[in-house]
Design a protein around this ligand. Structure first.
Ligand code: F6P
Length: 549
């Protein structure tokens, strides 16, 4: 059923007419206990939804919508290992990757845990050998640099988490991430590395991704060129490991089976940080800390599974996003971490959200009755203040934001964290409440301005406010709380996909461009293709004239 035809959706449309002009100032004035009603805790993690443009009635209607969309039964189907990614006939079992209990998962008869635990053990053994210096390169040197070659889900998760947890990194082991086909990423990095002490992880679920394979081939040539007369296979075996579900392909590339870390078709790329795709992260923070990350994510799984929808963090976060997008008309969502270590989070969440729910065809193959996922974007909040926040405050667009802070700094320099947090809280308050003409006038009068000047400046000094936001507060940015935060977003995306009626776990929309790129390659190399459109032919001719291809 198209959810937009449901009585619950219609009830929300009617309710929207009553509240759409209410200002956040009014919501707060009407309910002095608003924060305690709408800021929810999961132990020491806080999600403050009070600056969303909702009343308690709105939340109740949204929860009714979730029930109508059968969020609970879809959630249970996910955790039961049903093939809910039906277009690819796959189960969606990333929760198994962070299942740390002793028993089977998802069920005794369909238990994936033996393979998961085997790979975890492999990751532990391997990472301990590398981190302790026991694993040696072809010339006997210990490994000092690790380069993860991967893209999309095989890059964004471990890269984001390695940056987020840099306070935990091994002092003598540096991890780097190369995703771009543009040699401008790999070439300068290789110049800084010593092949004798460099380990490459080729991370690709399919082992067919052009960007990753090209980078891996270049890295292999670079390594072998410096190894001289050494046995090629033995050299590759000391310096290349693979993370993949396509072990035969990886073998053909030359990576020995014992250097391969398996993943499975029931792990989506953008949900794979918890799998061996996290190997680069494990090498930098160690398996014990990685398991803390898994523990945090598992805690969120449990919360998602067991908490009534009314207090369920991912459910509420997902529903509030739907309210903003489908009822208030927001077209984007800004991710604004006030934490330098979370600088790669916006890019990670872009893939998670937009590759999962950037779709307009429903699970039943018909067009959706509403616009689903908003455009997700973001930046470190404090930097954004000096760049694009002007538009958030006075640009006239409705732009919901997620502010993310850590109450304790992971790099505590005296005098830094207090002002940082003050800035974040000030921005979310300014966006929510704005500044009225009366307040602006009082400010100008307080500055001793003359009436004529006040009249001239007044229009510029008014802030409309009423921009909705959620503030997520981590007590500190450690592996546990990072795991909790990421799983919160994963389940939020799932909830939204269920309500919109989308299969959140396929990504057919990425195929066309890949296919076309393969077709254009010969034309760029000088084999004209008249079947191409005029713009593409013109651009190819230009590139051939001025470039070296
Ligand atoms: O092109 C999109 C995509 O398929 C993502 O879903 C995936 O995370 C990425 O490419 C990388 O894929 P692979 O791990 O198979 O190289």
């Amino acid at each position: 059923m198209d959810i937009t035809h449901s009585p619950e959706w219609q009830a929300l449309l009617a309710h929207r007419e009553q509240v759409k002009h209410r200002h956040l100032r009014d919501f707060f004035a009407a309910d002095p206990e608003r924060f305690s009603h709408l800021a929810l805790r999961h132990n020491d993690f806080l999600a403050d939804f009070s600056k969303q443009r909702v009343s308690q009635e709105t939340v109740a209607l949204l929860v009714a919508l979730a029930r109508a969309a059968e969020v609970e039964s879809w959630r249970d189907r996910l955790f039961a290992g049903e093939a809910i990614n039906f277009s690819e006939h796959r189960a969606v079992l990333h929760p198994a990757l962070r299942f740390l209990g002793p028993g089977p998962f998802p069920t005794a008869t369909d238990n994936v845990m033996p393979q998961v635990r085997q790979v975890r053990q492999h990751m532990r053994d391997f990472s301990e050998r590398v981190r302790s210096g026991l694993w040696r390169g072809f010339s006997g040197e210990a490994i000092r640099n690790v380069v993860n070659l991967g893209i999309g889900g095989s890059d964004l998760g471990p890269k984001m988490a390695a940056k987020a947890l840099s306070a935990y990194e091994h002092p003598g082991l540096h991890v780097h991430f190369v995703s771009n086909l543009d040699g401008a990423q790999l070439a300068p990095l290789l110049e800084t590395l010593d092949p004798r002490s460099t380990l490459f992880i080729v991370a690709s679920k399919t082992f067919t991704t052009q960007e990753t394979l090209r980078n891996a081939q270049t890295a292999r040539e670079w390594l072998l060129a410096s190894a001289g007369e050494e046995n090629r296979e033995a050299v590759i075996a000391r310096h290349f490991v693979g993370v993949t579900a396509a072990t035969e392909e990886a073998g053909r590339f030359g990576i020995p089976q014992e250097n391969l870390f398996a993943m499975w078709d029931w792990v989506g790329g953008r949900y794979s940080l918890w799998s061996a795709v996290g190997l680069a992260l494990v090498l930098t923070i160690g398996m014990t800390q990685f398991e803390r990350l898994l523990t945090g994510a598992q805690a969120m799984d449990k919360h998602f599974l067991e908490t009534p929808l009314e207090r369920n963090l991912p459910v509420l976060m997902g529903l509030l996003g739907i309210w903003n997008t489908n009822f208030l008309g927001a077209e984007t969502l800004a991710i604004l971490p006030y934490n330098e270590s979370l600088r790669a989070l916006p890019a990670y969440l872009q893939q998670l959200e937009m590759e999962s729910n950037g779709k307009t065809i429903s699970r039943t193959g018909s067009p959706l009755g509403c616009q689903p996922n908003p455009i997700v974007w973001g930046e470190i909040g404090i930097n954004g203040q000096h760049a694009f926040f002007q538009l958030l405050h006075q640009g006239g667009w409705l732009i919901p934001s997620d502010f993310i802070i850590s109450a304790t700094s992971d790099y505590p320099l005296p005098g830094h964290n207090g002002p940082l947090l003050a800035n974040c809280l000030a921005q979310s308050a300014a966006l929510a409440f704005g500044r009225t003409e009366g307040e602006a006038r009082a400010d100008l009068e307080g500055e001793g301005r003359q009436e004529a000047e006040i009249q001239a400046l007044l229009p510029y000094k008014v802030f409309a406010g009423n921009q909705p936001s959620t503030t997520l507060v981590l007590p500190r940015l450690d592996p546990y709380h990072l795991g909790l935060l990421l799983a919160l977003y994963e389940h939020k995306v799932f909830v939204q996909g269920v309500v919109w009626g989308i299969n959140s776990f396929d990504q057919w929309g990425v195929e066309l461009g890949k296919k076309l790129a393969r077709r254009l390659q010969p034309a760029l190399e000088g084999h004209p293709d008249d079947s191409l459109d005029a713009s593409t032919r013109g651009l190819i001719a230009y590139c051939r004239r001025y470039g070296q291809l």
